[in-house]
Ligand binder design. Structure first.
Ligand code: URA
Length: 190
């Protein structure tokens, strides 16, 4: 089946599942299902809930600007979250909420099959790398199961602290090089 159709089907399945926690709007994700880079945040905030789009608030502006500064188009990547509804008062997602949303993220990733997954912040990083520490491991490239994973600081953290902003920007600039490296590894293995 076509990827767009498969994602539509998955989105509908989520919308129909009354057992999923959190009562706000479903923010499924958006972008090109044939992308090389898949960005995964934590959970939607207020603006994301209102617009039903991921990363469209303040931290989203930083993420989207950083993508454009690579001379990539926002429409060429895919952007989503691990938890796809807004937790009240923008609190951190609870472990049981992450558990309930995780199977959908796993299926979404499998459909998209990106070259590199970029978890933004510790919640989505720990989904792939349970023992990783964001301050130690952001900016590095990992292989876990079938996926190459390059965790980065969450843009909201970058907006809070100039030193984190510096790291975030430096590591973000490295993404095209990481993809080149992944392609080289792929051609050696084939
Ligand atoms: N923070 C996130 O983690 N995701 C969003 O979509 C917006 C803000």
């Amino acid at each position: 089946m076509d990827k767009v159709l498969e994602l539509e089907k998955l989105k509908q399945e989520m919308a129909d599942n009354n057992n999923l926690p959190l009562a706000s709007n479903l923010v499924f994700g958006e972008g090109n299902p044939d992308c090389e880079a898949l960005f995964i945040g934590e959970a939607p905030g207020l603006v994301e809930d209102e617009q039903k789009r991921p990363f469209v608030g303040r931290s989203g502006q930083l993420l989207r600007k950083s993508i454009r500064e690579l001379s990539w188009k926002e429409e060429d990547v895919y952007i989503t979250n691990i938890v796809k509804r807004r937790p009240p008062e923008n609190r951190d997602p609870l472990p049981e909420e992450i558990e309930m949303y995780k199977p959908y993220l796993a299926r979404q990733i499998k459909i998209i099959n990106p070259k590199v997954i970029v978890p933004l912040g510790r919640f989505s990083m720990n989904y792939f790398l349970p023992n990783a520490k964001i301050t130690r491991d952001q900016g590095k490239l990992f292989k876990t199961g079938s996926w190459f994973v390059a965790p980065m600081f969450h843009p909201a953290a970058a907006l809070r602290a100039p030193t984190i902003m510096q790291e975030f920007q430096n590591n973000f600039k490295n993404l095209p090089l990481m993809i080149k490296k992944i392609n080289e590894i792929g051609s050696i293995n084939n």
